[in-house]
Design a protein around this ligand. Structure first.
Ligand SMILES: [Zn+2]
Length: 178
């Protein structure tokens, strides 16, 4: 299985609302595997199906423990990586955090984005079981970023007009390439 090309800003696939996965099949497993491979190959920590041009509601996340803030590590420790979430739904959020955020569909672009510091998310795992987890820090940021993708919401939508202006040249070039 070869990794897929990641679609970038301007590609209409990124604006679609993902379709819920009703039955987990061998194809779902293969899709998850393909997404992980693609994410690792691109040195990313998260990827949504739309970023490889698919419309299923599935995303993958893998945050290495050392990338997480020290104070969040024990809290997030029970969540095994990689995290594969089917039909994820954020149930609750708490607090705020602000830090630099990027996206594999926005190469060479990042911006300081405010997100909830803690999220409770429910999702279906590959084994079909519905799970609910509460996570903090970078992992919580990734969960918010990837669930956004599945709703067609992108990094650029969280930028202020000033932030957008500062990367407008790069955004234009991306759009032209898409
Ligand atoms: Zn992204």
């Amino acid at each position: 299985m070869k990794e897929k090309t990641i679609v970038t800003y301007g590609n209409e696939a990124l604006r679609k609302v993902a379709k819920p996965i009703t039955t987990i099949t061998e194809e779902t497993h293969q899709l998850a595997e393909l997404m992980l491979k693609t994410m690792y190959e691109a040195n990313g920590v998260g990827l949504a199906a739309e970023q490889i041009g698919r419309d299923e509601a599935i995303c993958v996340i893998d945050i290495p423990p050392e990338a997480e803030k020290t104070e969040c590590r024990p809290f997030n420790a029970p969540v095994p990586m990689p995290l594969i979430m089917i039909n994820p739904e954020i149930l609750d959020t708490e607090g705020t955090q602000r830090s630099e955020e990027g996206c594999l569909s926005f190469p060479e672009i990042s911006a300081a984005i405010t997100r909830a510091n803690q999220v409770t998310v429910s999702f279906t795992a590959l084994d079909g079981a519905r799970q609910t987890i509460t996570v903090q820090g970078l992992l919580a940021r990734a969960v918010q970023h990837e669930t956004d993708h599945l709703k067609g919401i992108l990094l650029v939508d969280h930028m202020t007009p000033v932030q957008k202006m500062s990367v407008s040249g790069k955004l234009r070039r991306l759009k032209r390439r898409a």
